[in-house]
Design a protein around this ligand. Structure first.
Ligand code: GLN
Ligand code: ZN
Length: 763
């Protein structure tokens, strides 16, 4: 009998029960005991669901009240000094303080930094460590949750983040070597493993996704040292889990570690199976990740079965387990909850619960059970219907892409020529001021949208409301002296959803929530088919806003790479192809805006950096098609039309050449949090076009002084030519209130004026 297993289950709940319980607790409406009760109920429900779906060995300790990396830091007592008193007095309050900061009774603690978990849209909290850091077991979460499941009659495999990945994800506040802390950390791991063994756990899953990255020798050495140390103790068997890619040059290292089993991601790296089988020592179990934990499509079971059968002939039935490619944290819980998706589309999809069912079918087929045949047949029929569906394949899209001129991704003239045409057309002052697009999405704006969606507000009344808001926003910008205006984006809910809803080839779920961080969830659109733009999407609002003013109004679009990155993308063609399709649809929007008299158009690409593959060797291929897609979107316009782009919150220094290759006339980019560190890149690399380094951090309610902004602009001036520099905040203002937005923007305009007045301009 083939054993089926799972690496992790979404913890937020099919109806976001955990989110609601957390937020109610944080507001002070419910005591900790209620929150813990909800958490326990969710764990029990999810274990039962996994067993009912046919999973022999479900995980435990995959649950978290906020984040699994924070759990690990807390578990090993890696708690920075500033939180310690609170964490000792009230562990739960201390835990949430690390996650969210704490401001009460004269105490003011800022939260840990947050960043993306590998190449997913899940954010983890970055543990803060320091030289000489001590670790110890604090609490017994993994043991308690193992016993909790056991009391329900379910044997589980506790999941831990492995010591090397944990240190890899952490940072040292004093810049000391993280891996030097390994020897202090390992005894705590060993102690925990012993406790789990005593509690009765047969296996422990040790997640080491760092194994799919480019590892420097120091980290490889850390792996060898860590697992040699853990091998000896009294402990359960260890399943070492790598995922989010192939092990590649780390395969031999992984196989050489003294563990009892290895999990590999055969969805991202099916081609690796052969070498894995050849390298895996004879006494190891292989957990084969055959069902995609990162996407919502049904598995091509015949293909997966081929791999499984092959592995089985080599390993026998004792040593092969079947699993999803990674934790199912990254997909929604249950497709059955979707009542308004049409039946055909639904038949192509698979959420967490359905994916576990697929794993069961694979195991049944492998074991030669007859009932598997009907399930395989059903899966085949669904795949065939998707392959042949006219909703998916629109021949005109492929034809248009094929017939594109070779220079379709090139502007008519090089930047210096365009610059002259734009200067003549726009007549902007030096250091022009602008914003990134959205203005505060106030309670009234969100309420009007909700009323319109539920039918309580007529379309005409909603439009009239939006016109009033837009006009207020335009008048406001005119009054304070902004040079390039925006319409405010009041009609938009979300920068991807707004476009997806107007494009063919996109679908939206009702309950397809995925955890982004803590209690925050997102509901990514599903791109299922060829992308077509049936009608203009933004022209109506840009034209209306432009009609109100003589100043230039900037059109505002979300770029193709960002739309792709923040959606569940079809898996039946390369991502690059889907991106090009989106680019073509947006290109038509750009030229329509131009025809409607909009002379400046911004194409936002905040997600460009986060789409980078985990391995450096694959970066260039990605950057090539990503940059090409952006340029395809932007290049249908004349020289005098000014194309802007915007990027935020990532490290751009190592992709600065690709950013320049996008050839936007102006880029606005986050720099204020890092105090313009980004500009270091420009010391050696001459960024050729216009650039607006964000002069204040919109993610904080803090209002910067004019002097601070002048100082930041001064830093920019040191490495950029004066005629390159634009003045803008570092991101959209939709999460802010009007009071602080107004004050900050007025000072920003003052800062620009100060710069214009200074002699610096004469250079
Ligand atoms: N134009 C968008 C806005 O202002 C950009 C958002 C973003 O960068 N994430 O809201
Ligand atoms: Zn931004």
């Amino acid at each position: 009998m083939t054993l089926t297993t799972n690496l992790g289950f979404p913890r937020i709940g099919a109806r976001r029960e955990l989110k609601h319980a957390l937020e109610s607790h944080w507001r002070g409406d419910t005591p900790a005991a209620d929150l813990q009760a909800t958490a326990r109920e969710l764990r029990a429900r999810h274990w039962a669901l996994q067993r009912e779906s046919g999973i022999d060995l479900p995980p435990s300790n995959d649950f978290s009240l906020y984040d699994q990396v924070l759990d690990t830091a807390f578990l090993f007592d890696a708690i920075p000094q500033r939180y310690r008193a609170l964490a000792d007095a009230d562990p739960l309050a201390g835990y949430f303080a690390l996650a969210r900061g704490y401001q009460r009774d004269g105490i003011d603690l800022h939260a840990l930094e947050m960043t993306k978990w590998f190449d997913t849209n899940y954010h983890y909290l970055v543990p803060e460590l320091e030289a000489g850091q001590r670790f110890a077991l604090r609490g017994d979460k993994p043991v308690a949750e193992y016993l909790e499941a056991k009391a329900l009659g379910i044997d589980t495999r506790p999941v831990l983040i492995g010591p090397v990945t944990f240190l890899w994800l952490a940072k040292t506040v004093d810049d000391s070597d993280r891996f030097a802390l390994l020897e202090h950390l390992l005894p705590a791991y060993a102690q925990l493993l012993e406790k789990l063994h005593i509690a009765g756990a047969q296996w422990v899953q040790i997640d080491e996704p760092a194994l799919v990255l480019d590892l420097p020798e120091a980290s490889r050495a850390a792996f060898r040292k860590a697992y040699a140390a853990l091998a000896d103790g009294v402990r359960p068997k260890l399943l070492l889990a790598g995922y989010f890619g192939g092990l590649g040059d780390n395969l031999e290292l992984a196989a050489s570690l003294p563990v009892d089993g290895m999990h590999v991601d055969l969805v991202r790296a099916p081609e690796e199976l052969e070498t894995v089988l050849a390298t895996l020592p004879d006494d190891r179990v292989l957990s084969a990740g055959l069902v995609d934990g990162r996407n919502i499509w049904r598995t091509r079971l015949d293909n997966a079965l081929l791999l499984a059968r092959y592995a089985r002939t080599r390993l026998g039935d004792e040593r092969l387990w079947l699993a999803p490619s990674c934790s199912l944290l990254h997909v929604p819980v249950d497709l059955d909850g979707e009542k308004s998706l049409d039946a055909e589309l639904k038949s192509w999809l698979s959420f967490a619960k359905q994916k576990l069912g697929e794993i069961r079918v694979l195991a049944n087929a492998l074991d030669g059970r007859e009932d598997a045949e009907a399930a395989l047949e059903d899966a085949r029929a669904r795949i065939e219907s998707r392959k042949a569906s006219p909703r998916v394949h629109r021949p005109e899209v492929a034809a248009r892409l094929a017939s594109l001129a070779a220079d379709a991704d090139r502007r008519q003239s090089p930047y210096p020529v365009r610059r002259r045409a734009q200067d003549a057309a726009l007549d902007l002052p030096p250091y022009p001021t602008t914003t990134i697009g959205s203005f505060p999405q106030t309670h009234e704006v969100r309420e009007a949208r909700a009323k319109f969606k539920s039918g309580k507000l007529s379309e005409a009344d909603y439009e009239a409301f939006l016109e009033t808001e837009t006009e207020k926003c335009v008048r406001y910008q005119e009054r304070i002296g902004i040079d390039v205006l925006v319409h405010g984006e009041f009609e938009r809910n979300d920068m991807v959803e707004y476009f997806g809803e107007q494009l063919d080839g996109f679908a939206f779920t009702k309950l397809g929530w995925v955890q982004s961080y803590g209690s925050r969830c997102v509901k990514p659109p599903i791109i299922f088919g060829d992308v077509v733009r049936p009608a203009p999407m933004t022209v109506r609002w840009s034209r209306f806003a432009q009609s109100l003013t003589a100043l230039p109004m900037k059109g505002m679009l979300t770029g193709p790479v960002t739309v792709l990155q923040w959606s569940f993308v079809r898996d039946d063609q390369p991502r690059a192809d889907t991106c090009r399709q989106i680019a073509l649809a947006l290109r038509d929007e750009v030229t329509d805006l131009e025809a409607a008299g909009i002379g400046i158009i911004q194409i936002d690409e905040p997600a460009l950096r986060e789409g980078l593959p985990l391995r450096r060797a694959q970066w260039q291929a990605y950057l090539d098609w990503a940059v090409h897609s952006f340029r395809l979107t932007a290049s249908g316009v004349g020289d005098a039309t000014q194309i802007h782009t915007h990027m935020c919150y990532s490290e751009f220094n190592d992709i600065i050449e690709a950013v320049a290759a996008m050839d936007a006339d102006v880029i606005s980019i986050e720099t204020s949090r890092s105090r313009m560190e980004l500009l270091d890149a420009f010391v050696t690399f001459r960024y050729p076009n216009g650039i607006g380094p964000g002069v204040y951090d919109i993610h904080s309610p803090r209002i910067p002084t004019t002097a601070e902004m002048v100082e930041l602009l001064g830093k920019a001036r040191a490495v950029l030519a004066p005629e390159q520099v634009w003045v803008n905040p570092d991101c959209g203002l939709k999460t802010r209130g009007w009071a602080e937005t107004g004050a900050a923007l007025e000072r920003m305009v003052e800062a620009a004026r100060a710069l214009r007045g200074s002699s610096a301009l004469a250079t």
